[in-house]
Design a protein around this ligand. Structure first.
Ligand code: GLN
Ligand code: ZN
Length: 756
């Protein structure tokens, strides 16, 4: 059986692309040097795949920033504001990606959005009424030829026209369907050109097909492809889907004139049953996405080979494939030096997944794969007991009772008791947790990491930072203080490092957007808290002041969503394990005299399933309870806060209220109005702190501006329920603007108090 790779990571084993791009942005290297590194990386990636025995190797999966942006540029979807800068091709591209500020003008970047349910972000194409879609770029053609020069036949990959139109933002009165004709022509032309250059297969990525589709959506898809497929000539077209199944229009889609259909059998819950029910027309190749492109675990050969056997009955030709692009996993295990062998043997990053594809395809050709060495070894690995198993925590999860998810008394009553106990003024002021991570703070951490100072010396320094931070907040006149989070550099990594069951990598970076990469920790085993994590810092901070200091924790759903999860137990089980750990931490903080505890769920919405019909059954039904589990055990007077980094939760507003926190803060500078309406209409019970200024910019908001923002909020929010705070943590800001902004914020709250 042949095998296929949907896409390969671009940044390089050691993030070479990131570093050269950043040098280019700073003007330290010229374009030629930048292009050379990119070219070397592409060559390396193709050669890796070739020598690993991959049959369908992608090209044009490389990108300097993002594939959707590449597609926009290819198709002349370049807004005028960028063209007018007259910057030349590469710099126009980067201006769209990153914004431009300089001699030629001042233009912000295109909007950036999360790529479906991943942590990768794409740039949103902007289409206006006068946008003239046509094929103007060369990238796919050049890269195809580049690979060919190495004797490597590749499969050029393009973001499909349907997904492109669905993701774009329309500035004028024209809608997606008004551009379908021109777009189809451009794709038809690209296909023809690639065919003429010698390409045999083209992959068109259409992940938008795994969303809920309306009849109009399908009509648009149909219209686009009628035209494109009629003009494809000799070249074969693979329709590639991923991140889910195509249940809405499977039957109709597979009967169109595609030569191959790529389905995701990992995340596509219904992919197998759809194939079983409706089959696949004889003349089509099924690209079976069975090797997970999104997680770092080795494949279970028994499962993959079993599925392939099953599929044979329904498809005349099958190619074994990754479930999606390998962009979402780190490069290779080769650079990891500190993983225990007992742990590492379960992992496969991108390069190791190539080996798996190869090994699995060879196994399909043996007389009986069940007696082959590779198969048996894999089977043994999956059968044996793993490290970091903990029966005690498993039992705790199994024994969880209804009442542990319910906090009593009811919130309305608690809110009264808390008002008395805390004695806060109207419009209490607070911050989201972190204070600026200054050079001194970072130096302290680096010195500790390098072993130059011991834990004691490190903590002593942290205590000094806390002391200054408390004094500063008292001086500013803030009502609910924080300790500043100087002991952590990352809100998930810090907790991971203090929980059993987590493992960490050194070089396992994954692209998040552009040159920004993240290194998610891995949940390897059962998660357990063996000792208090934050109490010593909070206890110390609270001793310094009579004002309440807010304890600061990260919630279970966010910890889970920003980690690589296990595949041997459910997300729900992991969330509950982490929930139990955070619950113990909450109770310890309470015991230590902390009266207000914030449990951040910055990433709660990130993994909301792509399809609405799956929201509850696959996610919210355990995610919200996991949060409630953390705080249901506290006294009525203890005030629980949560924080989210966005306010686009109109659609799940009842679920947010159902987290049963006493107070929630969130970003509200951009979409504030609609969320305020939703809060009012839903009789939202949680007290709210919609961010009164944007911390992502160094700009200092004026007192008047903050008063104005608060007044707007008060049109929809009860006077007794409004908090005054910035929209997120202050760790990325400098000290001067932070102090100036907070001073104005406190002043604004005072002015408002006089008026109400
Ligand atoms: N408490 C965290 C902080 O202030 C929250 C960060 C976040 O929302 N991403 O930094
Ligand atoms: Zn935030």
């Amino acid at each position: 059986m042949n095998n296929n790779v949907v896409g390969f990571p671009r940044v390089g084993k050691l993030r070479e692309l990131k570093f050269i791009s950043e040098k280019y942005f700073r003007g330290e290297v010229n374009e030629q040097e930048l292009q050379q590194v990119a070219k070397d990386l592409r060559a390396e990636h193709w050669k890796f795949q070739k020598s690993a025995g991959i049959h369908w190797i992608p090209s044009n999966d490389f990108s300097f920033y993002d594939g959707v942006l590449d597609t926009a540029v290819l198709l002349n979807v370049i807004p005028k504001k960028y063209q007018q800068l007259q910057l030349g091709e590469t710099d126009t591209y980067f201006a769209m990606a990153r914004g431009y500020q300089g001699e030629a003008g001042d233009v912000p970047a295109l909007a950036m959005k999360k790529w479906f349910n991943t942590n990768y972000h794409y740039l949103v194409p902007e289409i206006s009424d006068d946008t003239e879609i046509k094929l103007v770029g060369e990238k796919p053609f050049l890269e195809y030829q580049e690979a060919k020069q190495f004797g490597i036949q590749t499969k050029p990959v393009l973001v499909g026209p349907f997904t492109f139109l669905k993701l774009a933002k329309y500035q004028g009165t024209k809608k997606a369907e008004d551009f379908a004709g021109d777009l189809a022509k451009a794709y038809a032309e690209a296909l023809k050109k690639l065919g003429d250059l010698g390409a045999e297969w083209i992959q068109l990525d259409e992940p938008a097909l795994v969303q809920d589709l309306s009849a109009e959506d399908f009509e648009l898809f149909y219209e686009l492809y009628q035209e494109i497929l009629a003009a494809k000539g000799t070249v074969k077209v693979l329709l590639q889907t991923y991140f889910g199944d195509i249940r809405d229009y499977y039957k109709e889609i597979v009967t169109l004139d595609f030569d191959g259909i790529g389905l995701d059998f990992v995340e596509g819950k219904q992919s197998l049953s759809l194939v079983q029910k409706y089959g696949l027309p004889k003349n089509k190749v099924l690209f079976a996405g069975l090797v997970n492109g999104k997680n770092i675990w080795k494949s279970n050969y028994e499962t993959v080979l079993g599925a392939l056997e099953e599929l044979k009955a329904y498809a005349s030709e099958i190619v074994l494939s990754t479930s999606c692009s390998l962009l979402h996993v780190p490069y290779t295990l080769q650079n990891e030096t500190s993983l225990e062998p007992e742990v590492e043997q379960y992992f496969a990053f991108a390069l190791e997944k190539l080996q798996e594809l190869k090994e699995l395809s060879v196994l399909t050709e043996t007389d009986d794969y069940k007696v082959e060495k590779e198969y048996l070894e894999n089977k043994e690995l999956f059968a044996k007991e793993r490290l970091y198993q903990n029966d005690d925590i498993k039992k705790q999860v199994a024994d969880l009772k209804e009442e542990e998810f319910v906090r009593l008394p009811l919130r309305k009553e608690r809110q009264k008791l808390q008002k008395e106990a805390l004695n806060l003024p109207l419009f209490p002021t607070t911050t989201i947790g972190s204070f600026p991570q200054t050079i001194e703070v970072k130096k302290n951490r680096t010195a500790y990491r390098k072993g130059e100072i011991d834990k004691n010396a490190y903590d002593n320094r942290v205590y000094e930072f806390i002391k200054d931070c408390i004094a500063k907040q008292e001086e500013l006149g803030i009502d609910v203080l924080v300790h500043g989070e100087y002991e952590r550099n990352d809100m998930v990594e810090f907790f991971g490092e203090n929980l059993e069951g987590y493992v960490f990598t050194e070089k396992a970076w994954v692209q998040s957007y552009g040159t920004r990469c993240v290194k998610p920790p891995i949940i390897f085993g059962d998660v357990k808290r063996s000792k208090p994590i934050t109490t010593s810092y909070l206890e110390y901070a609270q001793r310094l002041t009579d004002l309440p200091v807010k304890g600061m924790l990260t919630g279970p759903v966010t910890i889970l969503n920003w980690s690589f999860p296990r595949e041997d137990i459910s997300l729900k089980e992991m969330a509950y394990q982490i929930g139990i750990a955070i619950r113990s931490e909450v109770l310890d903080l309470e015991k230590a005299g902390i009266k207000i505890i914030q449990i951040d769920e910055a990433a709660l919405k990130e993994k909301l399933p792509i399809r609405k019909s799956d929201w509850y059954s696959e996610y919210l039904d355990w995610a919200i309870p996991a949060f409630r589990l953390c705080h249901s055990g506290v006294k009525p007077e203890t005030q629980i806060h949560t924080h989210m980094c966005y306010s686009e939760f109109n659609e799940i507003i009842h679920d947010i209220d159902n987290m049963d926190a006493d107070v929630i803060s969130f970003e509200a500078s951009r979409s504030k109005l609609t969320i305020l309406d939703a809060i009012q209409e839903s009789n939202f019970e949680t007290e709210v702190g919609p961010g009164v200024y944007d911390i992502h910019s160094p700009r200092v908001p004026s007192v008047e501006e903050i008063v104005e923002a608060l007044k707007t909020m008060l049109e929809k929010i009860d006077v007794n329920k409004l908090w005054v705070n910035p929209d997120c943590g202050l760790k990325t800001r400098g000290i001067p603007e932070t102090e100036a902004s907070l001073k104005n914020l406190v002043q604004a709250a005072k002015i408002l108090r006089e008026q109400y």
